[in-house]
Design a protein around this ligand. Sequence first.
Ligand code: SAM
Length: 223
Amino acid sequence: MALDLIYARHRMVDNQLARRGIKDQNVLDAMRDVPREEFVDPGFEEFAYEDGPLPIGEGQTISQPYIVALMIEAAGIEPGDKVLDVGTGSGYAAAIMARIAGRVFTIERHAALGKTARRRFEKLGFDNIELRIGDGTKGWREAAPFDAIIVAAGGPGPPQMLMDQLDIGGRLVIPVGPEARSQRLLKITRTRGTKFEEEDLGGVMFVPLIGEQGWGEQRQADD
Ligand code: SAM
């Protein structure tokens, strides 16, 4: 079983990531290395390397491997970077980034998901991830500025507080759109003090970003 999962992990990297154009060697190496089966709910291990999202409880999902790779590659994360991850969920994306970056700060609004993710980080020996339960649309002011911020849930627009917590040259990758489950994936780069450049990376489908600078609680209840 364990060996099957290792083979499946390498096949996932070759077929779902490299073949679809993911080129960042750090991302490919990290995704060969981190066991995704440790980040899915018990009973879902055999599906860990399928080409799609999986349920993780609380109505949330662990994102499709390709989307995780696409967002991290777009954010241009490099060794030594300080990264903010909004929407910890299972913790998988934070773990991939922690293999590449210097430090990862990750925020989850559901306490139960945060608790499980924290246990996974401890079990797998990640000592460069800090996790907080709260509203990630407000960022993590004490740890700012960040080289990169990744948001794994879709909001109506890019939260100003996250843009303000980018370092000069920092990148924010976030799904944005008027509907809760259909967005454009944007890469916003802070080029100078108050100057930002925006790039549209294509259409995506994410769970809603619920918070002060996201959607209201009702948006999730309607889902
Ligand atoms: N990156 C995650 C992974 O690898 O499993 C995927 C996370 S899932 C697609 C999005 C997560 O964002 C959910 O766990 C949801 O509870 C969380 N979320 C939504 N709004 C949030 C907010 N304002 N602050 C923090 N987390 C939020």
